[in-house]
Design a protein around this ligand. Structure first.
Ligand code: AMP
Length: 631
């Protein structure tokens, strides 16, 4: 007898699972399925992403569902459209041999009329995002009066995304007699509160240790400074030619910037974040699933719905603000029994953030060394040789050219030929990494430098970049006046102001972050004839800070140290060193990528800007055109 039947599931379901290649239940399935089938008690399940939780709650619902009824009996809530679609599709697959099961998947950004039609066709199972589900209830298109099962999937993430009110409304629309099941990888206070308010004596089950990262994931950190962060990222990609990874960033902007740089440097990368249209996001995810992209640069939220089980690495370009997000991020790798590596790129100061994460996941981070150019060349060279060995040769097509090839290469011995063919692919790479510095030493050194300069950050303030500076005649008083002119709110608290040569920074009360950006945009503010552009930027101050900034900072803006800030906002002048590729004369921003990767689409890259090292050169066009062809 199939193990799934032993858990209490019928033949139809067991056969569908066999078709899907499910041989035995995962731990959470083995615990949850019999529990839900035999008992109407509420259920609180600690389940990481990738543990098989979708089947854990869907299969018993399918087993118990009244398929003769056309009433909604189960509502499954998930944080994102992608996840909802994935769950809906999984349920359809599980139910493929069961007659009469109807599933409606409801989410924002798609026609509500179509979704209402799906519901009206008599869907017994509704899978939805909280916002759209609420809308449908409000329109009286969805009646939850007969609901028997409520599943809150990734409850922590739904609360993180601000769906508390929606969840309250939806749960209030369901009968008291329902069974509530809450699946979450982490149980912060807010999730516990939902459990307390809406569940009665829930049975607790777990897919492993609570809040612990999966055993198959090893956790590594690399010490970087803000300038070498991107370079380290590229070296990690270069030392792992078969990398298949999500690179997590904290903001949409950081995501887009990192992806843009990687793409420009010839990596097989794309961005995934909420500023993309749904169609764009779908297309990126599709490409990533099919492995047409190796590096997906994503925000936490956008990557939620992505079900990929073979990631080799998860890279935290920057650590998330919330520890729970690290658990989610790292849980994307090491799935389906495979090993995975979760990497955190941290500055020395950020290293302290690793301790609470270690405590939470119950695992230690090990320190990785950023690979040297030599190590990378060695790996890449052997990869090339392996490829040469494995390549399929089409004799019929090549043979006709052989006589003229022999004639041209006459007189060269085997060694000479090998060297030449290898050099053809490898020279650009070798050149690129020639004299490349050891980023480990560099990160340590510069970070000390930075620490000396960095002052306390006020967590209650948001920091903004503004595209005008001393050269535009800006003084602190003008800037304060300009901010006040936006009438963001009465008595807006303005924090530190730094006026640099051609741009500046200011801080305002964090509560008014969005309002500040939008009021500058809406007002189309100008200063001395220049259109003013304000963007949120990272909260990091260097130098003496305070009003006016001072001359030394003015110099840094153009030199090495100013690079990071320039990178962060991507204004015209600041972008030019990189877009020129081989100039890098404005210092630290000049991080054109690391060398070319064989067999992959990599443009020749130069990391280094003004200090030589991972230098420029090579044939850009060749690699870029290769990328275009592949994409
Ligand atoms: P989930 O945690 O539900 O997102 O599932 C993670 C991945 O594991 C999905 O690709 C599932 O199809 C797969 N999966 C779930 N349960 C099993 C099982 N019992 N055997 C094999 N694969 C499974």
């Amino acid at each position: 007898m199939s193990i799934f039947k032993e858990l209490g599931l019928n033949d139809e379901i067991a056969n569908a699972l066999a078709d899907l290649g499910y041989k035995e239940p995962t731990q959470i399935q083995a615990s949850a399925i019999p529990q839900i089938i035999k008992s109407t008690d509420d259920l609180k399940a600690f389940a990481q992403t990738g543990t098989g939780k979708t089947a854990a709650f869907s299969l018993p619902i399918l087993q118990l569902l009244d398929t003769n009824s056309n009433q909604a009996q189960a509502i499954i809530l998930s944080p994102t459209r992608e996840l909802a679609v994935q769950i809906g599709n999984n349920i359809r697959e599980f139910a493929k041999y069961q007659k009469g099961v109807k599933v409606a998947t409801v989410y924002g950004g798609a026609s509500i009329e179509d979704q209402i039609r799906q519901i009206k066709r008599g869907a017994q199972i509704i899978v939805g995002t909280p916002g759209r589900t609420c809308d449908l209830i409000k329109r009286r298109a969805l009646n939850l009066g007969q609901i028997q099962w409520v599943v809150l999937d990734e409850a922590d993430e739904m609360l993180n995304m601000g769906f508390k009110d929606e969840l309250d409304k939806i749960l209030d629309a369901t009968p008291d007699s329902k069974q509530t099941m809450l699946f979450s990888a982490t149980f912060p206070r807010e999730v516990e509160a939902i459990a307390r308010n809406y569940m009665t004596n829930p049975v607790e089950i777990t897919s492993g240790e609570k809040n612990k990262g999966t055993e198959n994931v090893s956790h590594e950190f690399y010490i970087v400074n803000d300038r070498s962060r991107y370079l380290a990222l590229k070296r990690i990609a270069d030392i792992n030619p078969d990398i298949y990874s999500i690179i997590f960033c904290r903001t949409r902007r950081e995501t887009q910037e990192v992806a843009d740089k990687l793409i420009k440097d010839g990596y097989s990368a794309e961005a995934l974040h909420g500023d993309l249209s749904q169609a764009q996001r779908d297309s990126v995810m599709q490409k990533f699933r099919k492995k047409h992209i190796q590096l997906l640069v994503a925000t936490d939220v956008a990557a939620r719905g992505l079900d990929v089980s073979e990631l080799t690495h998860v890279i935290n370009h920057k650590l998330p603000d919330q520890i729970e997000s690290y658990t989610h991020r790292s849980g994307r790798t090491g799935r389906a029994g495979k090993k995975g590596i979760s990497i955190a790129l941290v500055t020395r100061r950020e290293k302290g953030k690793l301790f609470p994460i270690e405590k939470k996941i119950g695992r230690k981070f090990t320190e990785g060394k950023i690979p040297t150019g030599e190590e990378i060349c060695q790996i890449q060279l052997m990869k090339l040789i392996d490829k040469v060995k494995a390549i399929d040769v089409s004799d019929t097509q090549i043979n006709e050219f052989l006589p003229s090839i022999h004639e041209t290469l006459e007189g060269m011995d085997r060694d000479e030929l090998i060297k030449r063919f290898v050099s053809l692919e490898f020279n650009a790479f070798l050149n690129y990494y020639k004299n490349a510095p050891d980023l480990n030493n560099e990160s340590a050194g510069r970070d000390r430098e930075e620490r000396g300069r960095t002052r306390e950050v006020d967590e209650n303030m948001s920091r903004f970049f503004i595209n005008i500076g001393r050269r535009d005649g800006l003084r602190p008083a003008n800037l304060i006046g300009l901010i006040n002119d936006q009438k963001i709110t009465n008595n807006l608290q303005i924090g530190q102001i730094e006026i640099l040569d051609s741009f500046s920074f200011f801080e305002v009360d964090k509560v008014f972050t969005e309002e500040t950006v939008t009021s500058f945009q809406d007002d189309k503010a100008e200063f001395n004839g220049r259109t003013v552009n304000v963007e949120i930027t990272e909260k990091k101050r260097t130098g003496r800070g305070g009003s006016g900034g001072g001359r030394s900072r003015g110099r840094r803006e153009g030199g090495r140290d100013g690079g990071r800030d320039r990178n962060d906002r991507g204004g015209d002048r600041r972008r030019s060193p990189r877009s020129d590729g081989d100039r890098g004369d404005r210092g630290a921003g000049g991080d054109r990528g690391a060398g070319a990767r064989f067999g992959r689409n990599r443009s020749e890259r130069s990391d280094r800007g003004d200090r030589g090292g991972e230098n420029r050169g090579g044939d850009n066009r060749e690699f870029s055109s290769r990328r275009r062809r592949r994409d």
